[in-house]
Design a protein around this ligand. Structure first.
Ligand SMILES: C[S@@+](CC[C@H](N)C(=O)[O-])C[C@H]1O[C@@H](n2cnc3c(N)ncnc32)[C@H](O)[C@@H]1O
Length: 175
């Protein structure tokens, strides 16, 4: 899903003059809504970029660089550092989900012409013991509808025998 927020300034904790529009689409079929977009000041790719095929991701980064991100605009990316294994990666591997490590995503951004202005490690604590129906559905959405809720719940029960910590990188890029 892609959210587009065009903002002007923050005053007294509020965003006067905020213009927002929400477009539900995918990176791959974004071209259908591209003509509705103007330039934007910030792009947030939160735990999302690793889902996208590298060729489509590179095309997205090129478009952000050359067309959509305003001068001085920011791209914020939060994604998995898979060089430090965690149970969430095992869960995704169980369902054949392929993804790119954060380092690959960063190198694609740099290749597109972006530079890093801020970076930090983020620890994500997962407790999937006794998962709610909503959590099972969320995982099912991520791994694909080919797998039933029963299969997803069984895999979670099998893999999450104790709480887990995953590492992510949070990076802010600019042009
Ligand atoms: C792990 S969820 C993260 C959701 C949310 N950003 C968060 O942090 O809670 C991954 C998100 O990536 C989106 N996504 C996956 N593939 C995508 C694609 N090809 N284009 C756009 N969005 C995609 C999914 O719809 C889902 O919302």
């Amino acid at each position: 899903m892609i959210f587009i927020v065009k903002y002007h300034c923050l005053q007294e904790g509020r965003l006067p003059g905020v213009e927002t529009s929400v477009v539900e689409t995918t990176v791959e079929s974004w071209s259908k809504v591209e003509n509705q977009l103007e330039s934007v000041d910030a792009v947030l790719l939160i735990s999302m970029a690793h889902h996208v095929h590298p060729a489509d991701r590179k095309a997205l980064f090129q478009k952000l660089m050359t067309r959509y991100l305003s001068c001085g605009g920011l791209v914020v990316i939060l994604d998995y550092n898979t060089s430090v294994p965690c149970r969430y990666h095992l869960l995704m591997e169980r369902f054949g989900v392929r993804w790119s490590n954060y380092d690959v995503i960063e190198s694609e951004m740099v290749e597109a012409g972006f530079r890093v202005v801020y970076q930090t490690d983020v620890e994500i604590h997962y407790d999937y013991s006794n998962p709610s129906a909503g959590l099972v559905k969320f995982v099912q959405l991520i791994v694909g509808r080919d797998f039933s809720e029963v299969e997803v719940r069984a895999a979670i029960d099998d893999i999450y025998d104790q709480p887990d910590v995953c590492l992510k990188k949070l990076t802010i890029f600019t042009k």
